[in-house]
Unconditional design. Structure first.
Length: 613
């Protein structure tokens, strides 16, 4: 009977998850949040080099190898987008299942006081509606605008509840999958996941503690194995050199920023970097300069780091602490998808969950007549959790890297740990299922869980209205922005005999509207090779870039390839292109830019050539 009951629950929860997916897809459709994911997809699908590539750069090699293999079988499918969406909804199913089975299971009550089928149905519908609305209020935007960072957070959240349910094997699989998808983000989320076996370790007997230690060791071994496989995949000389360049680039652009040229002229002269070459770093078009290699980028990264570290850790923490406390308590109405940022309703739900854990701990202590002991245990668990979340938040704030795809992920994992703690307390409350004689306990259970669920439902309903408005406005803005890019892409395809070098920031946004290029995710996709490439960005100077240029018969040095008879430059019509003229002048070349035509009312196609003397 129990097996059949669980099967029935899984079907119902599966339908709930499918309903959420249907609402997201029918109301809004799905988009890649950033052009980073679009480029990753293009590399895997063969749009970048002409055939699916297993070196995705941003992901670890094993998962890139698998996804590129899937693209070889389904060449016209949007496999990468489907992979991200599936990961998110499988994770959501696991999270909903945990909540329904471990927190919102219906007590049968004493004989003569059992719930009627009608009442059970009403309660279940209420629980389903509450979970649906809360999920929508929190994660709907991230499910519509898909990005692999938040996908990893969903996988880690699902892994945490699997460990709480003693399904360590499945939990470990999800952690490794998340690590393969984005190792840095998984490392940031992992402390939350490992809190579950840590809490258990403190309360288990000797045999139980060995199991928890074994579970953590298996995770560590899995992550180490993943890194070793990735190292093997990128062990060739060209890729090893590129990885060094890529790591330095990441440090500069994501964390330390590029030191100002005038204020640091002595440093730039010491590494033989002229101002025109510095301009390439600022506008991200460094791909055209062969001098900006792994060694040069490492020197700039080290220097930028030294400037940042002059502030000192204590001063940095002192500077960021007020912001941390403000974001912890501030309640603002979301005005757009990302900027200006607000942490509501994430911080509201998080605070309430802390109170729920304390309230349930008090109820459990009152019932067992060990109130001080139970409250002490709850306080310890919450202090450890809060201390951990504070360290992680201060880490991202001090480093200056806190977009919502990271901050919301931190909130998500924190809430999940709090939900797990809630489930443990409910499980331990004697007779909370109503089968014993303690009527007050059953009443208190219904009153507390039902009341909290009602509060969350109200909060979720309010923020669902804002979320829906924000998503619709974001889609409208991105669709309007996309029209010009779609015309540019069509222009590229209609001029297959030419090759186009794109200005990097032009590819992100052509005007200061707050909206960026956002490609739609679909079942079918055009995965034919593109005859365009960025003049910089995170894939610049990679072996893939050289492979693409060779495919079109261009010199593997972009500095030279730009003068090929079939090479053209695409840039925003308002973009001052004087930087490229100054760059070549410093190289001893007198060049001219000829405006060929305009595309989509927003872009200009330029032809670069050497002036004849």
């Amino acid at each position: 009977m129990k097996k059949e009951s669980n099967c029935s629950k899984n079907i119902i929860i599966g339908l709930m998850t499918a309903a959420f997916a249907a609402v997201m897809g029918l109301l809004y459709a799905y988009y890649y949040d950033l052009n980073d994911d679009v480029l990753m997809k293009d590399i895997l699908a063969g749009v970048f080099t002409g055939e699916p590539a297993s070196h995705n750069i941003q992901m670890l090699y094993p998962i890139s190898l698998i996804l590129s293999g899937v693209y070889r079988m389904f060449s016209n499918a949007d496999c990468y987008g489907i992979y991200l969406i599936l990961c998110q909804y499988v994770s959501l199913f696991i999270l909903i299942r945990f909540c329904v089975i471990n927190i919102f299971s219906l007590p049968e009550g004493k004989p003569g006081r059992k719930l009627s089928p009608a009442k059970k149905t009403i309660i279940r519908l209420f629980v389903a509606a509450a979970l649906f609305v809360i999920s929508f209020a929190l994660i709907a935007g991230h499910f519509v605008f898909v990005q692999y960072t938040f996908t990893v957070a969903m996988l880690c959240a699902a892994a945490a509840v699997l460990f709480a349910d003693r399904r360590g094997v499945l939990g470990t699989v999800l952690v490794i999958l998340a690590f393969l998808t984005r190792s840095e983000m998984t490392s940031l989320m992992l402390p939350f996941v490992l809190l579950i076996p840590f809490y258990r370790f403190l309360e288990e007997d000797k045999k139980g503690r060995k199991k928890e230690i074994a579970a953590v060791l298996i995770i560590v071994l899995g992550l180490v194995a993943s890194e070793l496989l990735n190292f093997a995949g990128y062990s060739l000389g060209e890729w090893r050199a590129f990885n060094s360049f890529f790591d330095s680039r990441t440090q500069i652009y994501d964390f330390y920023q590029i030191p100002d040229y005038d204020d640091n002229k002595e440093f730039y002269e010491s590494i033989d970097l002229k101002e025109s070459e510095y301009e390439l770093l600022v506008n991200y078009n460094f791909g055209i300069d062969e001098k900006i290699d792994a060694g040069k980028m490492a020197e700039i990264a080290a220097y930028a780091k030294s400037i940042r570290e002059k502030e000192g850790l204590f001063e940095a923490v002192k500077r960021c602490l007020p912001l941390y406390l403000y974001r912890l308590r501030s309640v603002g109405i979301p005005k757009s998808f990302e900027y200006p940022m607000t942490d509501a309703p994430w911080n509201i739900i998080t605070l309430l969950m802390y109170l729920v854990v304390l309230g349930l701990a008090f109820l459990k202590g009152k019932q067992s007549k060990k109130a001080a002991s139970e409250m002490g245990k709850a306080f310890f668990r919450l202090i450890v959790l809060f201390a951990g979340r504070t360290l992680l938040w201060m880490y991202i704030l001090v480093r200056g890297r806190d977009p919502i795809r990271i901050t919301h992920s931190l909130y998500l994992l924190e809430i999940v740990v709090l939900v797990i703690l809630t489930s443990w307390i409910l499980r331990d409350i004697e007779n909370f299922d109503g089968t014993g004689s303690d009527r007050d306990c059953t009443f208190n259970y219904h009153f507390l869980t039902g009341g909290c669920l009602l509060i969350f439902l109200v909060i979720g309903a309010v923020f669902t209205l804002f979320q829906d408005k924000i998503i619709r406005a974001e889609i409208a803005g991105r669709e309007a922005t996309n029209k010009a890019y779609e015309e540019l892409d069509e222009f590229f395809k209609n001029n297959a005999d030419r090759f186009f070098f794109e200005d990097v920031y032009t590819s992100v946004a052509y005007e200061d509207s707050g909206y960026t290029y956002s490609q739609r995710i679909g079942i079918k996709a055009d995965n034919e090779i593109s005859n365009a490439i960025l003049m910089g960005g995170w894939a610049s100077k990679s072996p893939l870039e050289k492979e693409k240029l060779a495919f079109y018969g261009l010199d593997d040095s972009m500095e030279i390839a730009l003068f090929d008879e079939k090479a053209y430059i695409a840039a925003d019509k308002d973009r001052d292109m004087g930087w490229i003229v100054r760059y070549y002048e410093d190289k001893g070349k007198s060049v001219e830019l000829t405006k060929e035509e305009e595309v989509g009312g927003e872009f200009v196609i330029w032809k670069l050539s050497e002036e004849r003397r």
